[in-house]
Design a protein around this ligand. Structure first.
Ligand SMILES: *Cc1c(COP(=O)(O)O)cnc(C)c1O
Length: 471
C-alpha cells in the first residue's frame, strides 16, 4: 500500500489555488509559503486532520492556518449600490491617488521642510494653496474630518459665546456625530431658532445679541424636510451677519467644489456657491463628494483661518502625511476636468452609464453559465450616493439579482449574503425585498472577475460533482 503522505501536494501547487490568490495579495507570498510548509509538515508528522491525499483539503488547511494571520482590515467589493458607504470606508481612492500615497509613504518626505531654503515649513501649505486656487477661498486649514472642522471652528472662534442654528438643521450624521454634542465639546453655546420645518430671517435677527459670535448653517445632508417648509438662504444669512457684525459659517458637509463638480449632481450645496453667497467660513468633508481621503476642510478668510490654526486643538486634529498626499493628488486631478472624471474614483463611478453596467452584468452571468442552485438575472436598480449626501438623488444602475432557492445555507437571503461576505474576497451585496442583489454601480470593472469567482465558489456546474466543495 502506498503511504498517502507521499502524495502530498507541492507548495507550488498550493500557492496556485484560487483561494490562495487573495491571501498572497494581502499577506505576501512568504507568509503563505510558510503556512503551507507548516501544514505539510503537520501532515507528515501525522498531526493534521488530513492524510494529504486530498489536495483540496490540504489547501483548506492552509487557509485555516492563515485565517488568524489575515489582517482584520482588508479590501471588500462594494456591491451594495451605495457609493459613499461609511461602513465600507466612504470614498474609494482608486489607483491613481493610491500611487501617490505609495511613493510618498514608503520613505521620508518634505512634509514640513522647505527644499529651497532648507528651513522648516508649514505642513499642508501647498495643499491649502491648491484649495485656494480651486475654491477662491483666501485660506484653508485641513483637519481630521468635518466633525473636527466643526469642533475646532466653534472652539477657536466662539468658545464662551453663542452660535445660532436653525432647529431644522440640528443634524445627526451616523450616530456618533450630533451637532448639540459637538457644541458641548467645543465650549460654544448653541442657540436654536425657528422650528423644525420653518426658520425665517427674523428668527435669526431676534436671537442676535452681544454674546453672539456667529450664525451657522448646517446642510441637512442625510435627510430632507419637505412639505410646509421655509429656510433662510446662505446669502440672506451672510447679509444679516455682516450687518450686525457677526460671522456667517456654512457647514456644507459633503464637499462639492462647485455646482458641477463632481459632474451630474443636483441641488447639492457647493463650496464655491457658499462663498458667492457671502459665507466667511465653509466646512466640508474630504471623503464625501470630493472623492478624497478622510479629512475636514476649513476654508475662508485668512484672519479667521489664522485664529483657528493657532488653537491648541489644531495640533490634535491635524492630518498626517498620507492624508495630505492623497488630498493633494485629488486636488491636482480636479484642476484638469477630463482627468478628474476618470481618475477620481468616486467621480468615475458616478459617471458610469447603465448600458455599460448592463453589459458587464451580462458578461458576469455568461462567464458563470448554468449553475446548480443559482438563478440570477440582470435587473435595473437605483444606486445611491450615501454617506449622508444627496439623500433624494437616485443613480441609474444595474444589478445581478440572485434568487435564493432550495434548502441549505444558500437557500435564504441572509445565508447567501453571509456566504458572499465571508468568502476569500468579501463581496458585500444588497439585501432587499427577499432578494440579494449585486449592484454594479460601486464595483470597479477589474473586480467583476472576483464576483465571478465568488459565485463560482458557491454554486457548482451541473453534473460536475467533483467540483462540489465542502465549504
Ligand atoms: C458628513 C457631515 C459631517 C461630518 O463629517 P465627517 O467628515 O464624517 O466628520 C458634518 N456635517 C455635515 C453637514 C455632514 O454632512
Amino acid at each position: 500500500m502506498i503511504d498517502p503522505r507521499r502524495a502530498l501536494p507541492s507548495v507550488h501547487w498550493l500557492l496556485e489555488q484560487e483561494e490562495m490568490v487573495p491571501l498572497v495579495r494581502d499577506l505576501g507570498r512568504e507568509v503563505v509559503v510558510a503556512a503551507a510548509r507548516t501544514v505539510l509538515n503537520q501532515i507528515r508528522d501525522g498531526g493534521a486532520s488530513s492524510s494529504g491525499a486530498d489536495h483540496q483539503a490540504v489547501a483548506c488547511l492552509v487557509v485555516a492556518e492563515l485565517r488568524g494571520e489575515r489582517p482584520h482590515l482588508r479590501p471588500v467589493i462594494n456591491a451594495t449600490g451605495i457609493l459613499l458607504h461609511t461602513g465600507l470606508g466612504r470614498a474609494p481612492l482608486g489607483p491613481w491617488v493610491w500611487e501617490s500615497i505609495l511613493s510618498l509613504g514608503k520613505g521620508y518626505s518634505n512634509l514640513e521642510f522647505d527644499l529651497e531654503s532648507g528651513e522648516r515649513s508649514e505642513r499642508g501649505a501647498a495643499v491649502a494653496e491648491l484649495l485656494r486656487e480651486i475654491t477662491g477661498a483666501e485660506a484653508a486649514a485641513i483637519v481630521n474630518n468635518n466633525a473636527g472642522a466643526t469642533l475646532l471652528t466653534l472652539r477657536a472662534l466662539a468658545a464662551g459665546r453663542e452660535v445660532i442654528v436653525s432647529r431644522g438643521q440640528l443634524v445627526e450624521i451616523g450616530g456618533s456625530y450630533r451637532l448639540p454634542d459637538v457644541f458641548l465639546a467645543s465650549g460654544a453655546k448653541l442657540v436654536e431658532v425657528g422650528t423644525t420645518n420653518k426658520t425665517r430671517l427674523k428668527d435669526y435677527e431676534r436671537a442676535i445679541g452681544p454674546a453672539t459670535a456667529a450664525l451657522l448653517r448646517v446642510h441637512t445632508s442625510n435627510y430632507q424636510v419637505v412639505g410646509f417648509t421655509e429656510e433662510v438662504s446662505i446669502a440672506e444669512m451672510a447679509e444679516l451677519a455682516a450687518a450686525l457684525g457677526v460671522l456667517c459659517i456654512d457647514d456644507i458637509g459633503s464637499g462639492a467644489l462647485t455646482p458641477d463638480l463632481p459632474p451630474g449632481l443636483r441641488g447639492e450645496p457647493s463650496i464655491q456657491a457658499s462663498f458667492q453667497g457671502g459665507a466667511k467660513l465653509v466646512l466640508a468633508s474630504g471623503d464625501k463628494l470630493l472623492g478624497g481621503p478622510q479629512c475636514g476642510l476649513i476654508l475662508g478668510e485668512a484672519r479667521l483661518i489664522s485664529t483657528i490654526k493657532a488653537d491648541p486643538m489644531m495640533r490634535a486634529l491635524r492630518v498626517d502625511k498620507l492624508t495630505l498626499c492623497a488630498l493633494e493628488a485629488v486636488l491636482r486631478l480636479v484642476r484638469s476636468p477630463s482627468l478628474a472624471r476618470s481618475r477620481i474614483m468616486l467621480w468615475r463611478l458616478l459617471g458610469t452609464e447603465r448600458a455599460e453596467l448592463r453589459a458587464r452584468a451580462r458578461s458576469i452571468l455568461e462567464q458563470l453559465g448554468a449553475r446548480l442552485g443559482l438563478s440570477a438575472t440582470v435587473v435595473e436598480t437605483e444606486a445611491q450616493i450615501g454617506g449622508g449626501s444627496v439623500p433624494s438623488q437616485r443613480l441609474p444602475s444595474v444589478g445581478i439579482q440572485l434568487e435564493c432557492a432550495g434548502g441549505g445555507p444558500l437557500g435564504s437571503e441572509a445565508g447567501l449574503a453571509k456566504a458572499l461576505r465571508t468568502g476569500p474576497v468579501p463581496v458585500v451585496p444588497r439585501v432587499h425585498d427577499g432578494h440579494v442583489w449585486l449592484d454594479l454601480k460601486a464595483v470597479f470593472e477589474y473586480e467583476d472577475k472576483e464576483i465571478v469567482h465568488a459565485l463560482d465558489r458557491l454554486f457548482p456546474i451541473p453534473g460536475d460533482w467533483s467540483d462540489l466543495r465542502e465549504d
